[in-house]
Design a protein around this ligand. Structure first.
Ligand SMILES: Cc1cc2nc3c(=O)[nH]c(=O)nc-3n(C[C@H](O)[C@H](O)[C@H](O)COP(=O)(O)OP(=O)(O)OC[C@H]3O[C@@H](n4cnc5c(N)ncnc54)[C@H](O)[C@@H]3O)c2cc1C
Length: 404
């Protein structure tokens, strides 16, 4: 049998969470043998795709070479199988890696194929999605070329990453059309029962929707798109069957789930996510396994904002466990969602576990502010590349809100 390469800490995924943990570990314990397993050559700043779709940011600003941010050894491969009982992973290439401790940060998967006809319809005739970076510029093209008619925006069942993104694009588009006096008939279809999971923000967003004359349709799940006929079909949650809607512009958020490689592994909970304790981020069955970000079972909003608070906790606990000490660092479920309610204003929804509203700056959390727009378009991207991906944890990070 070929030799198994062994690492002190093995990190799966070179996205937001994986790179932040790798960089923070390198700072804290440079002597550790650490590696990141990541197949992609580029790293995407996904929160920027909303801005690209709204004509505010160039797509080039959201992509950087992975190598520029890889602080440790890089295994350019993908995990094909997790084998936590033997503390090993099997890679797609057939190679095996062993570890003392494992960090899983493999994100989530976009299940485009679960909406019939969607993959064929995307990228033409007014059908788009900011959840694919390559399509975000097309979103902006569609918004600019829209001459009036029915504009539909969809949101799939939870959990999804950045639950606010499906409506951010609606507001940015509606703002452009209002300024240009384009007659848009706006509709938001969501499987959920409110505009946001936290009542304070849901109420504020009801007002934003009403201001644009946009109609919310709760309990509607997109199941099919017919690009040729320009029709979208929804399954109704009230059991009254399906309804088909005509569109001139359609923005789709795809259904999302845990990566198949996690779902089928012993690391998964019943829903497929890596089953970790919601405070310590340590696996509930395998002591030497930790997880953060979108792939973790923690019931927070799946956002980069959450990762900013998770990675220092995870690193502190991983090192404590390594030293035979108790894991005491605790993640409070913080998440942030900068809702771009118009070009120039953002409502920054910040909240912790169980919907507890927090506001890091002394501003009314239920009101949109210009300062937050500047943060979303300028400060947060800078923080992402220079603070989070570099694993920097300012001693009092709570002084600066982060919405991604
Ligand atoms: C349109 C959009 C708008 C958003 N807006 C915001 C926002 O405003 N604010 C905010 O905070 N967040 C926002 N987010 C969410 C945020 O980008 C994600 O929550 C965050 O990037 C998740 O980080 P992650 O490390 O968990 O996963 P990712 O960054 O997705 O990284 C996962 C990595 O794992 C790799 N991987 C997958 N499978 C394997 C495997 N088998 N083996 C090895 N590697 C693997 C992938 O290639 C990927 O690089 C937005 C997301 C989108 C799409």
């Amino acid at each position: 049998m070929a030799d198994i390469q062994h690492y002190d800490v093995l990190i799966i995924g070179g996205g937001t969470g994986g790179l932040a943990v790798a960089a923070a570990l390198k700072r804290a314990r440079p002597q550790l043998r650490t590696a990141v397993v990541e197949p992609k050559a580029t790293h995407d700043y996904q929160p920027g795709w909303t801005l690209v779709g709204g004509g505010v940011m160039a797509i080039e600003k959201t992509r950087r070479p992975m190598a520029d941010f890889m602080p440790t050894a890089w295994v350019k491969d993908a995990v094909a199988e997790f084998q936590p009982r033997s503390s090993e992973v099997l890679l797609a290439s057939g190679q095996r890696l062993g570890y003392d401790q494992l960090v899983v940060a493999a994100g989530l998967q976009l299940d485009w194929q679960r909406v019939e006809g969607l993959q064929d319809a995307l990228g033409r005739d007014g059908v788009t999605s900011n959840y694919r970076g390559d399509l975000a510029p097309y979103t902006w093209q569609c918004i600019q070329n829209f001459r009036g008619g029915r504009a539909l925006f969809t949101q799939p069942p939870m959990p999804i990453k950045c639950a606010g993104a499906p409506q951010k694009v609606l507001y940015l588009a509606a703002d452009v059309w209002r300024r240009r006096a384009v007659a848009a008939d706006l509709h938001f279809f969501t499987q959920g029962g409110a505009m946001f999971g936290v009542p304070l923000y849901a109420k504020a967003l009801d007002g934003v929707m009403a201001g644009y004359g946009a109609a919310p349709h709760f309990g509607h799940n997109l199941v099919a798109v017919d690009g040729a006929r320009r029709e979208a079909t929804f399954e109704r949650a009230d059991g009254c069957g399906r309804v088909t809607e005509r569109y001139d512009f359609l923005h789709v958020m795809p259904p999302q789930s845990a990566p198949d490689v996690i779902k089928s592994s012993p690391l998964a909970d019943a829903a497929g996510w890596v089953e970790v304790d919601r405070s310590s981020l340590r696996h509930v069955r395998y002591d030497n396994v930790f997880a953060l970000g979108d792939c973790a079972s923690t019931p927070n909003a799946k956002t980069a904002a959450a990762i900013r608070k998770q990675f220092p906790v995870l690193v502190a606990n991983l090192l404590a466990a390594r030293d035979g000490k108790p894991v005491v660092a605790s993640y409070d479920g913080y998440g942030g969602c900068p809702l771009t309610v118009e070009r120039g204003k953002v409502l920054l929804a910040e909240f912790c576990y169980d919907g507890r509203v927090v506001s890091t700056l002394p501003l009314d959390p239920a009101k949109p502010h210009r300062l937050y727009w500047w943060m979303k378009t300028t400060l947060f991207p800078w923080m992402y590349w220079h603070v989070i991906l570099r694993g920097r944890d300012w001693k009092h990070p709570a002084h600066i809100p982060y919405g991604g």
